[in-house]
Design a protein around this ligand. Sequence first.
Ligand SMILES: Nc1ncnc2c1ncn2[C@@H]1O[C@H](COP(=O)(O)OP(=O)(O)OP(=O)(O)O)[C@@H](O)[C@H]1O
Ligand SMILES: [Mg+2]
Length: 326
Amino acid sequence: MNNGQEVILSVKNLVKDFRVGTSKKKDAYMRAVNDVSFDLCKGEALAIVGESGSGKSTGARVLTRIYDATDGQIEFKGQPIDDYIEENGTLEYARQVQMIFQDPFGSLNPVHTIHHHIARPLQIHNRVGTEHIDQLVYQLLELVGLTPVVETAEKYPHELSGGQRQRVAIARAIAVDPEVILADEPISMLDVSVRLGILNLMADLKDKHGISFMYITHDIATARYFAEKTAVMYVGHMVEWGNSDKVTQTPKHPYTQLLLSAVPEPGRGGRRELGAKKGEIPLWKPDSQGCPFAARCPRAVEKCQGDFPGITQLAEDHFIRCHNPQ
Ligand SMILES: Nc1ncnc2c1ncn2[C@@H]1O[C@H](COP(=O)(O)OP(=O)(O)OP(=O)(O)O)[C@@H](O)[C@H]1O
Ligand SMILES: [Mg+2]
């Protein structure tokens, strides 16, 4: 339980290293995710925000078991993930934790109809008897706003727009009644005009159907719009996290402040210059020292080069890793 809410996914001190060379020495690895911890509660959205290469997708892939964790613990519904899978099977875990990808075209098979895409997981997971499959496919299409349902079901992916295809991907994910959806930049390839519709659909699924979302994005403005909690990542590290309003309205980490300063606001004259130094984004190694943001940080002090900052609690649900918060 977390503030009286049921915790669905609990991640503690997660680490994921990748081999970058052929040698087996320690420095032949890079650390894509370092010491990441969070709880995802029932019917709640957690936004993971950060620029390219910050480890967002790697974290999600570890949660789906595409990758094994290098270190750390993951619990699903209060049970260590390995125990859960041993008891319930890999297929059941895959049913409960669904993923939606950035590119809705690449994730749909061009030779199959929309009906096939949604019926297939229903068959694999034995959700309903064959005689009820059509009815459930139509209900799911209705739920994600793809009407008229019979005509849509007969179409092929290339006959739909990007936004409609992403709705199919969502229908396919929710067809198996999952507990969690890991949405990896689900709107970034869509036209701006249809992005809000997809976010609102996901918000409905969260609020009315109790599905928990991990929402991965570059865009801190949509994180604030959609998710109750936000975690800001930089080079594999969570640097600021907590209640989305607190993180976005009273940001204390220089990197969060930088991301927010880049959000265009009406009356502010478009995007502002980013207030960071032009330092390199480091390639983090298992033995790297200091704060990963130090090279770009306008407020870096001496110890930022040598010590990885510990966690400071700023408010009831607001945390930061920074030697010099403001
Ligand atoms: N399979 C892999 N093998 C080796 N390195 C990898 C692998 N997958 C990711 N990486 C590295 O791990 C780091 C984090 O990558 P990841 O894809 O998780 O970033 P991301 O935050 O999702 O970025 P983006 O916003 O561009 O999708 C990157 O430096 C990347 O090069
Ligand atoms: Mg990614």
